[in-house]
Design a protein around this ligand. Sequence first.
Ligand code: FES
Length: 141
Amino acid sequence: MVTEITRSHAERKMLSEAGYADPAINYYLEKKYMGHIENADIISQKVGSCGDIMKIYLKIDDNHLINDVRYEITGCAGAISAAMAVVDLIKGKTIEESLKLNDGDIFKVLENIPEKKHHCIQLAVKTMHKGIKEYKTKKIL
Ligand code: FES
């Protein structure tokens, strides 16, 4: 019988052999910010060049601080780990600080993912930027 532990051990080994570093693998396996926010201030969506879809939910307070973030993702391990890392980097930050975040910042947190997956980081960052820009437009900031 295949247990959860055996399955996650097998996934970890596969991802590691494919070129994912441990922090990226942990983000992918834990998926701690996957899901939605019921009363989000903004919900935005972006489709990557690969056809994968990311939806972001942002909760932003009156001081423009990002209080909570969730992603719904139809996509690969690279997309999921990158999006989870984005959340750790923007939670508690202002929207302006978050807009300055780039692909390199996410790559540093993940430590490594396969080169052909770098566009997945772009998708996670672009989706976040799109959500914040739409929030600014909505609030006339
Ligand atoms: Fe589409 Fe990774 S292959 S986001």
